[in-house]
Design a protein around this ligand. Structure first.
Ligand SMILES: [Zn+2]
Length: 241
């Protein structure tokens, strides 16, 4: 190989190496840029999520801190002991509806129904019963509270129990019609709950509306009386607003 030819081959080899170096350099830069862009997107997403979260906290005026609700003195607190059959102790974050029930045991008092719920903790039978309600309204219009409003009660259905508050009402006979004392307390309590849970009478339902159960019987068989009840709740709710 003559000297000249060797030099030209060296030159070619040098250029080839230079090309490879340049190519590697470009790829490195590309990778770096992709990393920068990726990090920037990640950072901005995190910032945006943080800002949205803060805005949600600041501007969600409908958010109710259930644990901070102060119950009025006309409600008698008589909490059940925590147990698997009537007060599981599970907490709720939000209440979407108020569910109305009748106790389906004519002539019983609020306290008797409260004792029934409480005694479920001691049941020994093979088939265990789960039942309870946040409130029980008696025949004299007394209102007992069995479970705090921020806890689950076993009253309506598996789905509804986790985001509703329930009211059981006593009644004198099989028709399930509430006497005036019970009715007036039911209107008063439902209106108060609406105002304090950020709800209206549109969010008040019968057990029947959730599951088709014949409960509260008189309001299932008398649709017009149910509508009148919701109107009465609206009237009292507006007074208390
Ligand atoms: Zn019911």
């Amino acid at each position: 190989m003559n000297q000249r030819r060797k030099e030209s081959l060296d030159e070619l080899e040098r250029r080839r190496h230079a090309r490879i170096r340049r190519k590697k350099g470009r790829e490195k830069k590309k990778k770096k840029r992709a990393l920068y862009i990726g990090s920037a997107i990640l950072f901005l997403t995190a910032v945006l999520a943080g800002v949205l979260w803060l805005m949600g906290l600041l501007f969600d005026r409908n958010y109710i801190y259930l644990k901070e609700i102060q119950m009025p003195e006309w409600i008698e607190e008589d909490f059940l002991q925590i147990n698997p059959y009537s007060r599981p102790g599970a907490e709720m974050n939000k209440i979407n509806e108020i569910v109305i029930h009748y106790v389906a045991n004519p002539g019983t008092t609020a306290k008797q129904n409260m004792n029934y719920f409480n005694n479920l903790k001691d049941q020994t039978g093979i088939k265990k019963i789960s039942a309870s309600s946040h409130f029980i309204i008696g025949l004299e219009g007394e209102i007992l509270q069995a479970i705090p409003v921020y806890e689950v009660a076993y009253s309506t259905s598996k789905e509804k129990n986790t985001n509703t508050v329930s009211i059981e009402c006593c009644h004198p006979d099989e028709t399930g019609k509430f006497n005036d004392e019970t009715y007036d307390s039911l209107v008063k309590l439902t209106a108060w709950l609406c105002n304090n849970l950020g709800l209206t009478e549109k969010d008040v339902i019968r057990h029947y509306d959730a599951t088709g159960k014949d409960c509260p019987r008189y309001f299932v068989s008398h649709e017009d009386e149910w509508k009148q009840f919701l109107k009465d709740v609206k009237t009292v709710r507006k007074q208390g607003d």
